[in-house]
Design a protein around this ligand. Sequence first.
Ligand code: LLP
Length: 453
Amino acid sequence: ITPDEIRRWDQQHVWHPFTPMKDYDHSDPVIIQAAQGVKVQDIEGRWYYDGVSSVWLNVHGHHVPELDHALIDQLSRVAHTTLLGQGNVPITVLAHRLSKIMPGHLTRFFFSESGASAVEVALKMAVQYWANQGQGQKTKIMGFTSNYHGDTLGAMAVAPDDIFHWPFLSYLPKEPRAPYPYCYRCPLQKTPDRCHLACLDLAESVMRAHQDELAAVIIEPVQGAGGIIPAPPGYLAGLRDLCTRYDVLLIVDEVATGIGRTGKWWATSYEEISPDILCMGKGLSGGYLPISATAATEDIYRQFYGRAGDRTALYHGHSYAGNQLAANVALANLELISQNQVIENVAKQTPDIASALDKLRPLPYVGDIRQKGFMIGIELVQNKEQRTPFPYAAQAGRVVQNLARQRGMLIRPIGNVVIFMPPLASSSIEIREMVDILCEAVVASQPLLEDLL
Ligand code: LLP
């Protein structure tokens, strides 16, 4: 099969996720044929840095011998059997291993295949947790503005968005929703050093208004697709207290932030809090295979523990849940993270990236640079003083994406935010080269961004 055929068939038959296809057809799309380490190769043989870890999930790079071996090793035993009503070895060992690294008291793991599914499970767990205790009125989930939890209906329902979900808004409840603590565009127009987290009061007033019907609150500790926005220190801990006070569950969506991405195993650990439910996915298999999990406390699990006649079971489960290949790779991934001190690597290189990016701050279109570990977002603005965003349709981030690609790195922006999420095990030399490309692309974007206005 020739590269030309692949390009033609791609255009004729593949409907790409999250992709305006006319833009895609008018671009010169990258089609990958191989990868090695933190680089990927397209069908023309060009190599690029994987600057967004293949949508935020790659950990050790590609084609990692230990992960390849774990996959082949498992393949020689069994690829998949159902987890519905029966067990399997790698998933059991994985659950046990995860129980050793979770924050707080999360000891029970419900496995799925995508981040969105892990969130669906969390939402259903939360609602049924109350229903099983005779509190069927507690059905609402408070989300935060511009959060992103995945693309299934339940996940959208806690984070509806006018741009992405407009045809489905009639399915999606408008409330209860609190403003995310987005300090660059503070919902209370305060400056971060003097705000005393007054935005927590906004969350509290929403919780108070819905107190009797509220089952849970769901939050991303760092808003990812919303634009890489870390919640300010103290916010999550404050939210934990509010949830305890108002008797609602706290669901932390760590699909993007978990497994070391922010420089600790979990972003939640920065605040030493104990969520009731935690969702993970993405990096769980190192970026190899689809597997996700919803972790819950024993207290939650106990409310579901019963016989068929009790009607307390969580009747949810996908055919491929608990896939052995994915579980064995996930185990090898966790092992390699510890062995190679990958999370320490993220923590160690975080300040180097920050100081290299500081030189972009004075540029006229660079509004804000935000970072938590290896999650980096550069928000482009058309007017720096007024912090005026570029209109979404201008796709300002794509200008930088194209320039980075010409220089040998693939990134994927979201609207006005240029996103950089290198693989967690990237060496300091690789990080330096990637950051150089990123900086060059942002600098070179200036005249093109002017043309957008
Ligand atoms: N929760 C969080 C915090 C996430 O960041 C994601 C995916 C999910 C849940 C859903 O996980 P999934 O079902 O995809 O495994 N749409 C963006 C990319 C979002 C990044 C992926 N996050 C884009 O167009 O680039």
